[in-house]
Write a protein of this length. Structure first.
Length: 343
């Protein structure tokens, strides 16, 4: 079978791999779409070892497809069903692999993947027939966003700020809107991303023109609460950029009882005193990966008819995977680049 092979920095090529062999208690999935993730781009532009992508291997973890064939001992599945494949749970971890390696070298850029011990809503999730496969391939990254949003337990009438309008930040925007949050400011510096925020119903904040907190204070007012300090009116704040300053920005202007959810994997160190957490009764939480509940909520969101086309900026056939990766590095031109296995 054909598949994308990672060979190192700036070196991704189309290669031939052995097609997975259908076994007892397994299902063979024919991949239909794959998405190029920030993790894949890290491997492509910087190095792959830290993100579990090693040279000479097939890789990719954002995928959706159809059931091609079903092994003995498997019940409750049908050939032709459209599915999202969870790259974390679709197989037992191969010998010598870490969990990260198993997921990030799952083989989304290959024509087939084998799912071991298939279970609905564990490693395979049904995609409604009317949902575009172009949108279905976004289930994985949007589940990262949805997991963080669900962790915040948003309530209607609340207001939110999102730092970063990449795929995960935009995913938080659509997740919040799906769960009833109407007032969402998304901060970024890239014109394409800011335009996309507006298309998806968010409020774009161009940080090259106005600092985020000043923008929020100007738009939603200053809740000083008699404390003699700036306090914005955001109940929920999401860091989807890994921006070290987002934590400091949040604490300096946090509303009483608000929450900061950290989704992006930033490496910066930020000094925090317990007194400033207690004084404003704020919470800072981390959100990593996703649960089955987040996967299912994303699929319900897709089933509602949401239009995610503004997020998808380019589509390439598998035969042009090298060109697709190079194009995906241009953040001024692209947000999400997908591979169409049918072309």
């Amino acid at each position: 079978m054909r598949g994308g092979q990672y060979n190192g920095i700036k070196n991704v090529e189309l290669s031939e791999f052995d097609k997975p062999i259908l076994k007892q208690d397994s299902i063979l999935i024919k991949n239909m779409r794959a998405g190029i993730c920030g993790t894949d781009l890290h491997a492509y532009t910087l190095e792959g070892e830290s993100v579990g992508i090693l040279p000479g291997n097939q890789f990719g973890h954002e995928m959706c497809g159809i059931i091609d064939s079903i092994g003995s001992g498997v019940d409750g599945f049908e050939v032709g069903q459209r599915v999202f494949v969870n790259p974390v749970t679709f197989r037992s971890i191969p010998e010598g692999y870490t969990p990260t390696m198993s997921a990030d070298m799952a083989g989304a850029f290959s024509e087939y993947v084998l799912v071991e011990n298939p279970q609905w809503n564990v490693n395979l999730f049904k995609i409604p027939d009317h949902v575009s496969l172009d949108f279905a391939v976004l289930v994985e990254p949007l589940s990262v966003s949805m997991n963080g949003v669900m962790l915040a337990q948003p309530q209607k009438g609340q207001k939110a700020i999102i730092y970063g309008a990449g795929t995960i930040g935009l995913g938080c925007l659509v997740a919040l809107k799906h769960l009833g949050i109407e007032d969402v400011i998304v901060a970024d510096s890239v014109p394409l991303r800011l335009e996309t925020v507006k298309k998806l119903g968010g409020i774009p904040c161009d940080i090259t023109k106005t600092k985020t907190n000043q923008f929020v204070l100007d738009l939603w007012g200053n809740l000083t609460a008699g404390m003699g300090m700036d306090m914005n009116d955001a109940d929920l704040v999401f860091d989807c950029a890994g921006y070290t300053g987002s934590i400091r920005d949040y604490l300096d202007n946090a509303k009483m009882g608000s929450q900061l959810i950290c989704i992006a994997l930033g490496n910066g160190q930020v000094p925090i005193s317990t007194s400033e957490l207690a004084f404003k009764s704020v919470s800072i939480k981390g959100s990593c990966g996703y649960t089955s509940q987040a996967n299912q909520e994303v699929i319900r969101m897709l089933d509602s008819g949401i239009d995610l086309s503004p997020i998808i900026t380019a589509t390439y056939p598998l035969s042009k995977i090298s060109e697709a990766f190079e194009d995906a590095t241009n953040v001024n031109k692209n947000i999400k680049v997908i591979i169409d296995h049918t072309k």
